[in-house]
Design a binder for this molecule. Structure first.
Ligand SMILES: [Zn+2]
Ligand SMILES: [Zn+2]
Length: 184
């Protein structure tokens, strides 16, 4: 996802162009695999300190359902807003002022060949927006904790473990004089 932005850096502040993303991508995190290209329309804007990149990015990843472990496709989308600063000044271009508040992050540097590389920031944003507990469907029943059977495929017959905190109440309700009645 490398874009030459020399043209933009030569233009005055406020100049912009659109970039349409439609790229296959691979995450370094092996717990999710992209199953759709990274797509979106980004706006590159020349500002006083470099290039501002803004736009909506979306894709789809395949992960394991957090309850039943079945492969699950999850939509991932986010608003990308990143500022890139040039590492060298173009001789004929308008001056590039440095922003004192800006962090020195290699991921957001435009290299000496005026190449702006989106891969690192796309990956960072993607990892932040991937769900921690993806579900194959909202009412996934998960695996039986006793035998591991996929409960979406029907019952396995295991007795669900009961919560011991209710034992006293359950015994009271089961007893002949129980059900909370008071004997006068
Ligand atoms: Zn599931
Ligand atoms: Zn079971």
């Amino acid at each position: 996802m490398r874009y030459i932005v020399a043209d933009l850096l030569m233009r005055p502040t406020g100049a912009s162009r659109f970039v349409d993303l439609a790229e296959p991508f691979e995450l370094s995190d092996a717990s999710a695999t992209l199953v759709a290209p990274v797509s979106g329309r980004l706006r590159f804007v020349r500002d006083h300190a470099g290039v501002l990149v803004q736009g909506h990015v979306s894709t789809q990843v395949e992960m394991e359902c957090a309850r039943c472990l079945a492969p699950t496709t999850v939509a991932v989308d986010f608003e990308l807003v990143e500022h890139f600063r040039p590492t060298i000044q173009l001789p004929e271009g308008p001056p590039i002022l440095t922003d004192p508040d800006e962090e020195d992050e290699p991921a957001t540097e435009i290299d000496a060949h005026h190449v702006l590389d989106l891969s690192a920031v796309i990956e960072q944003n993607m990892l932040l927006n991937i769900p921690l507990h993806p579900l194959c469907r909202t009412d996934c029943r998960g695996l039986c904790p006793i035998c591991g059977h996929d409960q979406n495929e029907g019952r396995c017959g295991c007795e669900a473990p009961t919560d011991p905190r209710w034992d006293t109440l359950r015994a009271m309700l089961a007893s002949p004089n129980g059900a909370g009645e008071t004997n006068r």
